[in-house]
Design a protein around this ligand. Structure first.
Ligand code: GLN
Length: 309
């Protein structure tokens, strides 16, 4: 079963919208406060190019943690899976996304997975290039291949807002530098990571990226294999086990789709073999996931039988 029309999708958005009032936009990155938390938008993108957008359609969002899936794919292509997973683990944590606790208690200070901040920072440090600019351009080029849109860039205001305030992420980096998981200059890594998290697009572009993962790394629009099948498989597996932070188990039961959220309120979902979904609603629950976005995905999963399980 698949979505047949935009009014159908508008109906679901209208039902989910009210949940935004129960949460609030992230405030630890000050620039993320600027958005109206009650806006909600969704896009669906199918492999044949058919797409639907509903709600507050064309607002832009920054990727935040959604970018962790992108850099994971690029790091595996740059270094190989063996190198990557010698340094970053493959297990869910059950802790908040920015927790430092397990870095100290798990020996030998290997971050548990690439979807928490510690793991994602280690992954970003693996992206090849001779300068921060070159590495960021490589991330952006990859995103251009995923979205088929070469205009996608980063939001400089959000990037500097994060760069100036991410004391906890710096602490994670120094912890990992001590144990040689990270070997580069922390300020440079923070610059690259803040810019990566601030890459900006609308829900439709998010859905297009989701569709590439859903189609095992093949961009059906540009007819280009953007990443090896195996890399897409690994990314989707992490999206299921760790993509919604410490709410991933509940999400697997209630929605059952590989997905990745970000503190901007965005969610990118990849329904294997079927379609990509992009959602944006800035009001978050206490675990950092979009409240109305989660509800909306839950309703869509039930209505269109999207769960893999
Ligand atoms: N840029 C954010 C951070 O590192 C990403 C975290 C998130 O989206 N959960 O804090």
């Amino acid at each position: 079963m698949q979505c047949q029309s935009q009014p159908e999708l508008e109906q679901l958005v209208a039902e989910a919208r009210g949940y935004a009032r129960l949460g609030k936009a992230a405030d630890y990155i000050p620039a993320l406060q600027k958005v109206d938390p009650e806006l909600l938008s969704v896009s669906l993108f199918y492999p044949d190019g058919c797409h639907f957008t509903a709600g507050d359609g064309n607002q832009k969002l920054t990727l935040q943690s959604i970018s962790k899936v992108i850099t994971l794919a690029l790091a595996i292509m740059d270094r190989g899976a063996e190198y990557v997973f010698e340094r970053v683990g493959q297990e869910p944590t059950g802790d908040p996304f920015n927790s430092i606790a397990k870095l100290e208690t798990i020996n030998p200070s290997k971050p548990l997975n690439p979807m928490i901040n510690a793991g994602a920072l280690a992954i970003t440090s693996m992206i090849k290039g001779n300068s921060i600019k070159e590495r960021l351009d490589r991330i952006l080029d990859f995103i251009h291949d995923l979205t088929g849109n070469s205009a996608v860039s980063y939001n400089a205001e959000v990037a500097s807002s994060e760069f100036e305030t991410s004391h906890l992420n710096r602490a994670l980096c120094y912890f990992m530098k001590q144990s040689k998981v990270i070997n580069e200059d922390v300020e440079e890594l923070m610059e690259l990571y803040s810019k990566q998290c601030s890459i900006e697009m609308d829900c439709l572009a998010l859905a297009e990226m989701g569709c590439v993962f859903a189609m095992d790394g093949f961009n059906t629009e540009t007819e280009k294999q953007v990443m090896p099948r195996d890399v897409a498989r690994i990314c989707k597996t992490f999206m299921i086990t760790c993509g919604m932070y410490n709410a991933s188990g509940e999400f697997a039961i209630n929605v059952g789709i590989p997905a990745k959220s970000g503190v901007s309120g965005g969610i990118m979902a990849a329904v294997p073999g079927k379609c990509g979904i992009g959602v944006f609603g800035a009001a978050l629950d206490e675990k950092g996931n979009s409240l109305a976005g989660l509800k909306l995905l839950e309703m869509m999963s039930r209505k269109y039988s999207l769960s893999m399980f």
